[in-house]
Design a protein around this ligand. Structure first.
Ligand code: ADP
Ligand code: MG
Length: 267
C-alpha cells in the first residue's frame, strides 16, 4: 500500500508521518517512509539525524545509478522503519516532481520499491503544482493534515482538487483528514460538510509532541521511558488501523475558492 501525506508547511506532516509509520510497523508491516519535502527533515525523529538525500547522493556520483548502494540512501529508523529523503531541487530552479521521480526510479533500480508492505510519502502541500502532486501518481491513498484554521484548510482544498484530478487516471482515493494541533474542529467540520471526506483523527496541541521534534524521537520511542505518553501513541495507532482496513475513501470535489473564503470567515 502506498500512502501520500499532504498538508501545508509546518502543520505536522512529518511528525504525523513518522508516528504513523511506526504504528504500521507495530502492526507487523514492513514500512518505508520517503520524505519528499525539500526541507528534508521528514525522517529526523525516526533516525535522530538528517540523513543524506537521494539528490545529494546522486549528484556526488554524477548520476551513475549503478554506483549507488541501498545503504547509501536507505537508513534504518526507530521501530524497524526504513527512511529515505528525496531532497529538494536547487532553490529557484528545477522541479520537486523531478526529484520524486528520480527517487522512485533509484529505489526501483535498487529493487527496493516493491519490497515494502507500506510506503509513506511525506509531501509539502502549500502549492500543489504538477511537481508537488507527483507522489500522488504512486499512491493508493492520500491523507491531508490540517488544523482548524483558514490557511491549512485552504491548502487542504487545493490538495483535494489534486486528488480529484489524479483519480481520473489512477486508482487513488482520499482516505481523509487528520486534524492536528487543535482542540477545536468547527472549521474542519464546516469544511467536510461542504466537501465530504472522512476525518480520521483530531490531535490536540500536545507539548510532548513539540518536544519530540527537539529530542529527535518519535512519541513511541519517548513512551518507552514515559508510559504516560501511551495515550498519544493510541491516536497514531488508530489512524494506522483505519488505513490497514483499506477504507473506501473518497474522490473529493473541492470547494471553489471564493466559496471557501466565505465558508471559513465570519463575514
Ligand atoms: P511539517 O512536516 O508539516 O512541516 P512538522 O511535523 O515538522 O511539520 O511539525 C512542525 C512542528 O510542530 C514540530 O516542531 C512538531 O513537533 C510540532 N507539532 C506537530 N504536531 C504537534 C502537536 N499535535 N502538538 C504540538 N506540537 C506539534
Ligand atoms: Mg515536514
Amino acid at each position: 500500500m502506498k500512502i501520500a501525506v499532504y498538508g501545508k508547511g509546518g502543520i505536522g506532516k512529518s511528525t504525523t508521518s513518522c508516528n504513523i509509520s511506526i504504528a504500521l510497523a507495530r502492526r507487523g508491516k514492513k514500512v518505508l517512509q520517503i520524505g519528499c519535502d525539500p526541507k528534508h527533515d521528514s525522517t529526523f525523529t525516526l533516525t535522530g539525524f538528517l540523513i543524506p538525500t537521494i539528490i545529494d547522493t546522486l549528484q556526488s556520483k554524477d548520476y551513475h545509478y549503478e554506483d549507488v548502494w541501498p545503504e547509501d540512501v536507505i537508513y534504518k529508523g526507530y521501530g524497524g522503519v526504513d527512511c529515505v529523503e528525496a531532497g529538494g531541487p536547487p532553490a529557484g530552479a528545477g522541479c520537486g516532481g523531478y526529484v520524486v521521480g528520480e527517487t522512485v526510479k533509484l529505489l526501483k533500480e535498487l529493487n527496493a520499491f516493491y519490497e515494502y508492505d507500506v510506503i509513506l510519502f511525506d509531501v509539502l502541500g502549500d502549492v500543489v503544482c504538477g511537481g508537488f502532486a507527483a507522489p500522488l501518481n504512486y499512491a493508493d491513498y492520500c491523507i491531508i493534515i490540517t488544523d482548524n484554521g483558514f490557511d491549512a484548510l485552504f491548502a487542504a482544498n487545493r490538495i483535494a482538487a489534486s486528488v480529484r484530478e489524479k483519480a481520473r487516471t489512477h486508482p487513488l482515493r482520499l482516505a481523509g483528514l487528520v486534524g492536528n494541533r487543535t482542540s477545536k474542529r468547527d472549521l474542519i467540520d464546516k469544511y467536510v460538510e461542504a466537501c465530504p471526506m472522512p476525518v480520521l483523527e483530531v490531535l490536540p496541541l500536545i507539548e510532548d509532541i513539540r518536544i519530540s521534534r527537539v529530542k529527535g524521537k518519535t512519541l513511541f520511542e519517548m513512551a518507552e521511558s514515559e508510559p504516560s505518553l501511551d495515550y498519544v501513541c493510541e491516536f497514531y495507532l488508530n489512524i494506522a488501523d483505519q488505513l490497514l482496513a483499506r477504507p473506501e475513501g473518497v474522490v473529493p470535489k473541492e470547494v471553489p475558492d471564493r466559496e471557501l473564503f466565505s465558508l471559513l470567515s465570519d463575514f
